[in-house]
Design a protein around this ligand. Structure first.
Ligand code: SF4
Ligand code: SF4
Length: 255
């Protein structure tokens, strides 16, 4: 008698975000389809079942009341929960905007006064549930996604590089646009993972993978200030992809 093997069940869910990670995953899922069952992926298929999930990939921040219910349900039904993309990992643009304006004011400015949208101050998934793996990027890198999936399919927590972009930049033997061209490159404080994409085309890194581990923000801000960038440029650059406002307000740069 032949025993049918159960394929690992994966879910790909979106909360409040731009669907960038969902697209990256959709484009790259083909190569792993023989090894998994896509139990739920509302962005890509109409029949979805969130029961008994082995690995859930979740994009977007928790920005609306129903996002809280969704992420708690996904967590309860999944063995491994992976936050994909800067919104899910750091809150990203939504969180940084909510640190300057009230969510209610933003909804009223964009939608009609009696809008049914119940907006909250945007927060990352880890503010509400336990997250097993955080994969940053805006959007994520496809090779990192496939490596995380391969690792979790073997029941191992993946290794995710926690060094700055400068490491990958040097490994590619790029010239440094911060030193040689005075471009405001945020590679020294940004998490690696993209393969130093922008500096490889002689453009400055603008921080889209979010902060690296222990980012040396004061040193970064001082260097940018010495190169003639003003405080508001520096704060906007550093704050957009996940460095909290309260950290930025303590930066030791000339005001
Ligand atoms: S170009 Fe940017 S990422 Fe590359 S070494 Fe210089 S500062 Fe670092
Ligand atoms: S170099 Fe910086 S801005 Fe460019 S893709 Fe990588 S992390 Fe994003």
């Amino acid at each position: 008698m032949q025993i049918e093997r159960r394929l690992p069940r994966i879910a790909v869910q979106g909360l409040t975000g731009c669907a960038g990670e969902l697209l990256v995953i959709l484009e790259n899922l083909g190569s792993v389809l023989p090894f998994v069952q896509v139990a739920s992926f509302p962005f890509a298929q109409s029949k979805n079942d969130l029961s008994d999930i082995d690995i859930a990939f979740v994009e977007g921040s928790v920005s609306q009341k129903h996002d809280i219910d969704s992420i708690k349900e996904i967590r309860a039904r999944s063995k491994w929960l992976v936050a994909v993309g800067n919104c899910a990992v750091h809150g990203c643009v939504q969180s940084s905007t909510c640190s300057r304006y009230k969510a209610k004011e933003l909804v009223e400015a964009v939608y009609a006064k009696d809008s049914p949208i119940e907006a909250l101050d945007a927060k990352p998934l880890s503010s509400y549930v336990n997250v097993d793996v955080e994969l940053s990027g805006c959007p994520i890198d496809k090779n990192q996604f496939l490596a995380v999936l391969a690792s979790l399919l073997k029941d191992h927590l993946p290794y995710i590089i926690d060094r700055p972009v400068c490491l990958e930049c040097k490994m590619r033997e790029n010239g440094c646009v911060l030193i040689e061209k005075n471009l405001p490159c945020l590679g020294p404080v940004t998490a690696a993972g993209c393969g130093a994409l922008c500096p490889s085309f002689e453009a400055a890194c603008y921080g889209c993978f979010g902060p690296c581990k222990d980012p040396q923000l004061n040193a970064m801000a001082t260097v940018l200030s010495e190169k003639g960038y003003n405080l508001s440029d520096i704060l906007v650059r550093l704050g957009t992809f996940g460095i909290p406002e309260q950290v930025l307000s303590n930066l030791d740069v000339k005001r």
